[in-house]
Design a protein around this ligand. Structure first.
Ligand code: JEE
Length: 223
């Protein structure tokens, strides 16, 4: 990935699932400082917008130079952008099948349009809200993709029961010990040992939770 804030992403990349996948060599994540490809002594990567307006724009030249330095293994080039194609689990699965990906993280008001047009780079958004730059969105892409790489989670079963593995249906609620916590009880059916009854209960709760939290989804239509 390419960023002007390498330190912002190194912490998250070193912890938990990502940290282990990288330490195990199952995935390789390289963090490049875009300023290393700046062409002036001040290592500047931004400039004023043509046409006027507030804020600054990330310049095309350092981004082109940085990404082109990776030849021939750059793979698909993603440009994180609030105006990108919205990331979903189908896109994550598609990206997880790629041997190499390059992710460009902008800052400021965004990146000179010629990066998307000429590099070229595919604009991707993680959702309909605005972050201050592409780094946190890029980490979302990296984590969602990494957990689908064979050998990272270990059990295929964890993927099958994921929310969104069955299209448009959330996972059922989960409980663990103790049976009672602050007057809140684990549903009796989960203690019954009746696996068929447990499966019926879980399917029903998955559907009710999906309808309550996501009335825009039609659980079961595709799954
Ligand atoms: C990359 C800079 C900050 C803030 C102008 C005008 C945009 C850019 N899902 C996602 N949300 N945000 C990003 C994202 C944000 C980024 C960059 C990704 C580079 N920024 C920035 C404000 C604006 N706004 C009104 O419409 C909204 C542009 C992202 C992803 N992926």
């Amino acid at each position: 990935m390419f960023t002007i804030f390498p330190a912002l992403v190194r912490g998250p990349l070193a912890e938990s699932l990502l940290g282990k996948a990288i330490a195990d060599g199952v995935v390789d994540v390289r963090v490049h400082d875009l300023r290393d490809w700046a062409d002036d002594p001040h290592r500047s990567v931004d400039d004023e917008p043509y046409g006027g307006g507030p804020g600054m724009v990330m310049r095309a030249a350092p981004v082109f130079a940085a990404v082109e330095s990776l030849d021939p293994d750059r793979g698909r080039v993603l440009l994180m952008s609030p105006a990108g194609r919205r990331l979903n689990q189908a896109m994550v699965r598609e990206l997880a099948a790629e041997p190499h990906l390059s992710i460009v993280c902008g800052r400021y008001e965004g990146v000179d349009e010629r990066v998307a047009e000429g590099l070229p780079a595919e604009e991707v958004s993680i959702g309909d809200y605005v972050t201050a730059g592409g780094e946190l969105p890029a980490l979302v892409v990296i984590e969602t993709v990494t957990r689908l790489v064979p050998g990272v989670i270990g059990s295929e079963a964890s993927h099958r029961s994921d929310s969104f593995s069955v299209p448009d249906l959330f996972d059922h609620p989960h409980y663990t010990r103790p049976r009672e916590f602050r007057g809140l009880f684990v549903p009796e059916v989960l203690l019954s040992g009746d696996h068929a009854e447990v499966e019926r209960w879980r399917a029903e709760r998955a559907r009710t939770k999906t309808r309550r939290n996501r009335p825009d989804l039609r659980p079961g239509d595709q799954g």
